[in-house]
Design a protein around this ligand. Structure first.
Ligand code: GAL
Length: 840
């Protein structure tokens, strides 16, 4: 019998593993997760399957693997899978099994965070709305109806994974699962019931017998055997609640999420790399990037309120699936550096000492293995650290990694990876006017203002919105008529108080004013709208909107939304004030066009004969278009539109809101990676719309005859809409003679190590591309940033021809950054090489 046959027979005899594939045991000890008994250093990254498409998954996962990841992490989104109690959806981008199998196919492990509470900037934190209506239910506490549903869904997912043999114990990729999510951050108001809930959740999860460990993140009291893990921008200070558990980091935020009305967050890669290296320096062995690919909040899946449709997150792979450089590349180098230390890291605990103020040396040493991390935590001053008889220059806010305790393989602040500028190219008009009767290429249907549907109903007083709509729609109409015999023709003020999230007020069918909450914390509205009333009957139609349901906080599920009042008419002619709050209101959930299914474009009576109405509220628009040619990712630029939702061939690409702009004064022109990062530290795009470009996955498009439908709430001009494709405009690198050689060339033999010098490397992102031109090359003292490099006072006149010769016509190229290659244009001066190239 061969070795594999023996293993199979053993496995069969022991009855552990029914699969004919490899089965693994996954366990843990104080140092690390153990896979098949061996401690492992694992690098993980989050990709949430419904934030991209099944067609994108293999490429995203491969790029993750190429970036040095071992594990892909995802939440499971309960409300995607069970939109109606007992009716399941695991199709298309909800095909969890297909996603996990794609992870396995790439040879990676999976971490399945079942929750089933997710948070994740996802609508209602991932809870289905029907859950809220179960009698006697209280979410996330020791409550029987809640626990019964949570257990049922968790067990359903576990069974599904088991049936498909997806747990590592069965030969599958899943090595880890999560129950709950950051409950410890918000549990005090739940009191003793919260404590017993967590104990119950732990034993419920364990009883499901997955054969792999469970974690709870941000849960200091996570009961054994559940591992409590850390989430945050830094987790080096974290220690698990038992010496028997490994130090794990389940969310290292690679950036932050975008809000409608917010600026664009960025987290510099030097800071991420610093945080990761500090974590491994201080005994960590499992680290997950949240997000590695953020993706898109399609449909009405974004949480909130006010989470934008893009969930790019400034992640190493961008929303469109293109690697973000130098973030992806520098982290890849970091992963290689850490893996060079793996044997020493897993063998022992670090010995930590401080050779100076905010300096730290950690040594992992046992037998002939030795790895060291030298950290400089000062945010301004560089330092020289003496270690093992040698001196090491360690820049401020950086860590140097020495896989042999002697030679530095990487410093987290020295980025060898090339950077990349990608840009959107506007496509010439692709509206296929031949398929439309109108010359504009657009047809339309007006959505009635106020009550228009047969299922409207009356009620005395104001109602809470989520209880009324059950989130079937963003929209709830509150309407009534007031008879004002004596006050007609007067200017007055309509005072409205709402729990949020946004409001449009119509008086006698005309838009009188709109308002919105600021963000998830300040979502309520308290507004005075100047209005003109007529003598006699006046119609007041208030449209209240949710913009993604709350996903975070204690009791977030019952925070509510909508016009709960008061609603008051003030400043009437005779000085009167009329409180309308307790009157009889007529309510309508959703829009007429939603009931008619206009989003598919196939139903409804679309107008195309007369002039296209623009800049008017409440219009459905439709057009046909041909897909932009080529394979570059596609976006729609909604500049010129107001707010609404859009569908391509019946698939929702999410809410658009290009008139919601980032405030001024919260951005910085430059971003200093040194010093603790916070989500608002390095923001850009102040004063501009938070999001103008919306992703249309390629797989949703046919070559032509595609239908785009929009519902426009506030008024816009659809003829201004354009399509754009995302492409890589330039590759850039700027490497100095003090940069370290590439990680691949690292060798613990000092002599050969010395021979290798810094190298500038470029690689086109797509396999079928080659470097077609060198826009800039300068060896000496070049200045500027990617796209805007310029020559300094000294430059070699050979730089351009040398770089051209090495790079043009190849997908990738490397050039040694040394006087050996370029000669010496200015003796005694520190030099560098800057190159900008294009790929075609
Ligand atoms: C964490 C949470 C994640 C996500 C993140 C912010 O608190 O666990 O699900 O919401 O914050 O992006």
């Amino acid at each position: 019998m061969g070795r594999s046959q023996i293993v199979l027979v053993l496995v069969w005899v022991m009855g552990i593993c029914a699969s004919t594939l490899w089965c693994s045991t996954v366990d843990y000890d104080h140092r690390a997760l153990l896979i098949d008994g061996k401690r492992r250093v694992l690098i993980s990254g989050s990709i949430h399957y419904p934030r991209s498409t099944p067609e994108m998954w293999p490429d995203l996962i491969q790029k993750s693997k190429d970036g040095g990841l071992d594990v892909i992490e995802t939440y499971v989104f309960w409300n995607q899978h069970e939109p109606v109690r007992g009716q399941y959806n695991f199709e298309g981008k909800n095909d969890l099994v297909r996603f996990i199998k794609a992870v396995a196919a790439a040879g990676l492990y999976a971490h399945l965070r079942i929750g089933p509470y997710a948070c994740a900037e996802w609508n209602y934190g991932g809870f289905p709305l029907w859950l809220h209506f179960l009698p006697g239910i209280k979410f996330r506490t020791d409550n029987e109806p809640f626990k019964a549903e949570m257990k049922r869904f968790t067990a359903k997912i576990v069974d599904m994974m088991k049936q498909e043999k997806l747990y590592a114990s069965q030969g599958g990729p899943i090595i880890l699962s999560q129950i709950e999510n950051e409950y410890g951050n918000i549990d005090p108001p739940y009191g003793a019931a919260g404590k017993s809930y967590i104990k119950w959740a732990a034993s419920m999860a364990t009883s499901l017998d997955t054969g792999v460990p469970w974690v709870m993140c941000q849960q200091a009291d996570a009961p054994d055997p559940i591992i409590n893990t850390c989430n945050g921008f830094y987790c080096d200070q974290f220690t698990p609640n038992s010496n028997k558990k490994p130090k794990m980091w389940t969310e290292n935020w690679t950036g932050w999420f975008l809000s409608f009305g917010g600026a664009t967050p960025h987290r510099p890669v030097e800071d991420i790399a610093f945080a990761v290296a500090r974590f491994f320096q201080r005994g960590g062995t499992f680290q997950n990037y949240y997000m590695y690919h953020g993706g898109t909040n399609f449909d009405r899946t974004s949480g909130g309120p006010f989470i934008a449709t893009s969930y790019d997150y400034d992640a190493p792979i961008d929303e469109y699936g293109i690697i973000r450089q130098p973030k992806w590349g520098h982290l890849k180098d970091l992963h290689k550096a850490i893996k060079l230390c793996e044997e020493a890291l897993i063998a022992t605990d670090p010995e930590i000492s401080s050779p100076g103020f905010k300096l730290e040396v950690a040594v992992y040493k046992t037998g002939d293995k030795c790895a060291a991390f030298l950290a400089n935590d000062n945010d301004k001053s560089d330092a020289t650290i003496k270690f093992n008889g040698n001196s090491y220059q360690v820049p401020a806010w950086s860590v140097s990694i020495l896989p042999d305790c002697k030679n530095v393989v990487l410093n987290t602040a020295k980025v060898n990876s090339a950077s990349m500028i990608s840009s959107f190219k506007t496509e010439s008009s692709i509206a296929d006017t031949s398929l439309e009767e109108s010359t504009s290429g657009w047809s339309w249907i007006s959505e009635p203002i106020g009550i228009s549907k047969a299922d409207s109903f009356n009620k005395i007083g104001l109602v809470e919105q989520i209880n009324t709509t059950a989130d079937r729609s963003d929209y709830l109409w509150y309407s009534l008529s007031v008879d004002l015999q004596d006050d007609g023709g007067s200017q007055a003020v309509l005072h409205v108080q709402s729990l949020g999230h946004a409001l449009h007020a119509f008086i006698n069918g005309k838009l009188a004013g709109s308002s919105r909450g600021l963000d998830s914390n300040k979502r309520s509205i308290n507004v005075d709208i100047p209005i003109t009333l007529v003598a006699g009957k006046n119609t007041i139609d208030l449209l209240s909107l949710t913009v993604g349901l709350q996903n975070y906080g204690s009791f977030f599920d019952i925070w509510g939304a909508g016009i709960t009042g008061p609603v008051i008419l003030k400043g009437l002619k005779n000085g009167n004030t009329v409180d309308l709050s307790s009157q009889k209101w007529t309510y309508q959930v959703g829009l007429k066009g939603e009931d008619l299914g206009l989003s598919s474009g196939s139903s409804g009576e679309w107008n195309s004969q007369s002039t296209l109405p623009t800049n008017q509220p409440f219009i459905w628009y439709k057009t046909n278009f041909a897909a932009p040619t080529g394979s570059n990712p596609v976006a729609i630029d909604f500049t010129g539109m107001g707010k609404g939702e859009a569908w391509v061939n019946g698939q929702s690409i999410g809410r658009f809101w290009p008139t919601s702009a980032a405030p001024n004064g919260v951005c910085s022109d430059s971003c200093n990676y040194r010093g603790p990062y916070t989500s608002n530290k390095c923001q850009t795009n102040c004063g501009n719309p938070s999001q103008t470009l919306y992703h249309v996955p390629r797989s949703w498009l046919k070559p032509d005859g595609n239908i785009l439908v929009l519902f426009e709430e506030t008024g816009g001009d659809p003829t201004k809409i354009s399509f754009a494709t995302k492409q890589v405009a330039s590759l850039c690198a700027h490497i100095s003679d003090s940069h370290l050689p590439p990680v691949e060339l690292w060798n613990s033999d000092t002599e050969s190590g010395k021979k290798a010098g810094p190298v500038l490397s470029l690689e086109c992102p797509h396999k079928n591309q080659v470097i077609s031109s060198i826009k800039f090359a300068s060896y000496g003292t070049p200045l500027g940033t990617c796209g805007e490099y310029y020559h300094g006072h000294c430059s070699s006149n050979k730089a351009m021809s040398i770089v051209q010769k090495a790079c043009i016509g190849s997908r990738s190229c490397s050039v040694g950054v040394s006087t050996d290659t370029f000669g010496d244009p200015c003796k005694g001066v520190p030099k560098s090489l800057a190159v900008e190239a294009t790929c075609t």
